[in-house]
Design a protein around this ligand. Structure first.
Ligand SMILES: [Fe+2]
Ligand SMILES: [Fe+2]
Length: 505
């Protein structure tokens, strides 16, 4: 092939590579591509690439052929051949590198390589700044690099610089999102430290489940593929799914029993007061009866019996209050004794009869399951709407735009009984169905409250399968969750938790 034709072919190939480079957003893959193509264009044995870190005023290398997977070389600007190229903004073309005092032989010594010819060119970005340098070693045939090589490598370097800046920008945006998401997770978990790690575990479980669904490929999952962007979208949605809990008042979020601690203290003090009041009442009656001429012994015996009956009733009532205060499921038939509680009274400080419990307190104790009043339950459930509103404020990139919708679906149920929108069936996307299972599994198996015992892996699967049978959770997604053994294989602390549970038994 004659000279001009070869030159045209090489320039054409540089343009082809430029197109491929612009499409590559992964920086490491891009750098590997540039180094490979640079070597091909100038027939070099090896190539390396250094990027300029303007803040630190150094060159750093992420890829160098023959240097292992990830050499982390840092060279101050102006030092060595690469440093001199970056500082002078001019190519350096040496027929024999060892004859130039700027050449650092240490790399050759450490790798056993022998550099002869060397060509180092600056990579200019569109602003005309040096974004990095490309260094080619040992031209094929043992000849020096030519002026044409210099020109070709400069052309390739110019294209590469733009692609690298693109990829760096992309990486910066990614880092920005990562940083923002991590900071948000810290904010959620510092609000409620007992649920530490929940967001991360739900993200890990959901992504592992997505992989398993993709691998399964059966029935509704035929042809399901999650692209890297969709995976990132799913991960961020899972990490932020409970962010809205920052909008729920802390005493509601952390509520252990039906009464808040200060409410229970108030009730207990009232019972103590009632006890004193009964005793005082008894003494008053004794005084009146004795003053009326009754004999001491029968009066004492009578009053003793009356008072102890009253006190027994009071203490039984106190026990009932304490029992009903716990968030367990109330046994059937407990509403009658609770109603009787409301009728018990004593003489208050003003001398007027006062009930032991207010109607509101009795209503609270009558909550059949859990610790939350209907209003408090609504407040907890509002975390999903808060999550949605918060995530909607963020100008996500196009590939991440479904994050608010996915995150907001984790409490929806297939039978329409979920919240916040009461979506049903196909209205709930696959991502939210997967996240719902991951979320429930983690909430069940972690003891996130001192008063809440965690459930074993098998029991958690049993509870989930009951939800599948009642049409709340997706049967196929659950099948994959179980068949692929997602929780035990993909939760790093799985073993730790099993040990913790064994110790708790
Ligand atoms: Fe939630
Ligand atoms: Fe959650």
């Amino acid at each position: 092939m004659d000279g001009p034709q070869r030159r045209i072919d090489k320039l054409t190939s540089i343009l082809d590579v430029a197109k491929a480079m612009v499409a590559q957003r992964d920086l490491d893959a891009l750098l590997r591509m540039i180094v490979r193509e640079a070597g091909r264009v100038v027939d070099a044995d090896r190539c390396s690439l250094f990027l300029v870190d303007r803040e630190e005023k150094v060159l750093y290398s992420k890829v160098a052929q023959g240097m292992g997977p990830s050499p982390r070389i840092r060279v101050p600007l102006g030092v060595g051949i690469a440093g001199a190229t970056a500082r002078t903004r001019r190519p350096i073309n040496l027929p024999d590198a060892y004859a130039d005092s700027r050449f650092n032989r240490a790399v050759d010594l450490s790798t056993g390589y022998r550099t002869t010819s060397l060509l180092c060119v600056p990579m200019f970005n569109t602003d005309g700044d040096v974004a990095g340098v490309i260094q080619a070693l040992n031209k094929a045939g043992g000849v020096p690099f030519s002026d044409e090589d210099e020109e070709l490598l400069l052309a390739l370097g110019g294209q590469a610089a733009s692609a690298v800046e693109n990829a760096l920008l992309h990486e910066e945006i990614h880092q920005l999102f990562e940083g923002f998401v991590k900071a948000s997770v810290v904010a959620i978990e510092s609000r409620d430290s007992t649920t530490a790690g929940h967001s991360e575990r739900v993200a890990r479980l959901t992504l592992a489940l997505a992989d398993a669904v993709e691998r399964d490929g059966r029935g509704p999952f035929a042809g399901i593929v999650f692209s890297p962007d969709q995976r990132m979208e799913l991960r961020y949605a899972a990490l932020l799914h409970d962010f809205g809990k920052v909008g729920v008042r802390e005493h509601v979020l952390m509520k252990a029993n039906k009464f808040h601690p200060h409410e229970l203290t108030l009730v207990e003090h009232r019972f103590d007061y009632a006890r004193k009041s009964f005793e005082a009442e008894s003494l008053r009656r004794q005084r009146d009866r004795l003053a009326a001429g009754e004999r001491l012994d029968p009066v004492l015996m009578d009053e003793e019996a009356i008072l102890s009956a009253k006190l027994r009733e009071l203490e039984a009532a106190r026990e009932l209050v304490r029992r009903c205060n716990r968030p367990t499921v109330l046994p059937a038939g407990i509403s009658a004794p609770l109603a009787q509680l409301a009728a018990l009274s004593f003489l208050g400080p003003d001398g007027l009869p006062q009930t032991l419990l207010s109607a509101q307190e009795v209503e609270l104790l009558s909550i059949p399951k859990g610790s939350l009043s209907p209003a408090e339950r609504l407040e907890i459930e509002s975390h999903v709407s808060h999550t949605y509103r918060f995530l909607k404020q963020i100008p996500w990139t196009r590939s991440l735009r479904r994050i608010p919708e996915i995150a907001c679906g984790h409490h929806e149920k297939l039978d329409g009984t979920g919240y916040p929108l009461g979506k049903a069936g196909q209205e709930i996307g696959l991502e939210a169905r997967m996240m719902a299972i991951a979320d429930i599994y983690d909430a069940l198996t972690v003891s996130d409250r001192p008063y809440k015992r965690s459930v074993s892996h098998d029991d958690a699967l049993e509870i989930l399968s009951a939800d599948v049978r009642s049409g709340k959770l997706d049967a196929e997604v659950f099948r994959v969750f179980v068949e692929a053994d997602v929780p035990r294989r993909f939760l790093e602390d799985g073993e730790e938790r099993t040990a913790e549970r064994a110790a708790a038994r």
